[in-house]
Design a protein around this ligand. Structure first.
Ligand SMILES: [Cu+2]
Length: 152
């Protein structure tokens, strides 16, 4: 019976550690804002995409891509489904520069909450999907995407 207080204390510490881990896990890097904004239509000339995350991300260990989305779907749910299917297909692709609408990340810092992605010159009007898989400094990985329309 003498060991009971120790067990209780151990349990208490375990709970506190778990609580701590849970609040840490809440600090994943999610998209906070972007330019263009999600679902925005951009009428002016566009040469980069800017992503701002809720937490800094490890730039060299993260992936960012912009792809044209061959869809004139008007229903937002179906449009998002089409974009999601494209992301599944291409986010892991290597040597896909020819298919992409971007020329890569121009952010110089290794760790940054703001990511700049250069776009190819004279992009054709249409829909585009911005997609990412980011490693945040708390070692969690998150993926995401959004669609915008380019109508210069
Ligand atoms: Cu996290």
């Amino acid at each position: 019976m003498g060991s009971q207080p120790v067990t209780f204390r151990t349990l208490l510490w375990t709970c506190l550690l778990l609580l701590g881990a849970t609040s840490l896990a809440g600090a994943h890097a999610y998209l906070d804002s972007s330019f263009p904004a999600e679902n925005a239509t951009v009428a002016s000339e566009l040469n980069e995409v800017i992503l701002r995350f809720t937490e800094p991300v490890e730039v060299p260990f993260s992936t960012f891509k912009v792809y044209p989305l061959a869809s004139d779907e008007e229903d937002p749910v179906r449009l998002r489904a089409a974009a999601s299917a494209l992301v599944q297909q291409v986010l892991n692709l290597r040597n896909d520069a020819a298919q992409r609408a971007d020329e890569g990340v121009t952010t110089q810092a290794r760790i940054s909450a703001e990511i700049n992605i250069a776009l190819k010159k004279e992009l054709p009007p249409g829909r585009y999907v911005v997609m990412w898989r980011v490693l945040s400094i708390d070692t969690h990985t998150t993926t995401g995407f959004f669609v915008f329309t380019y109508a210069p």
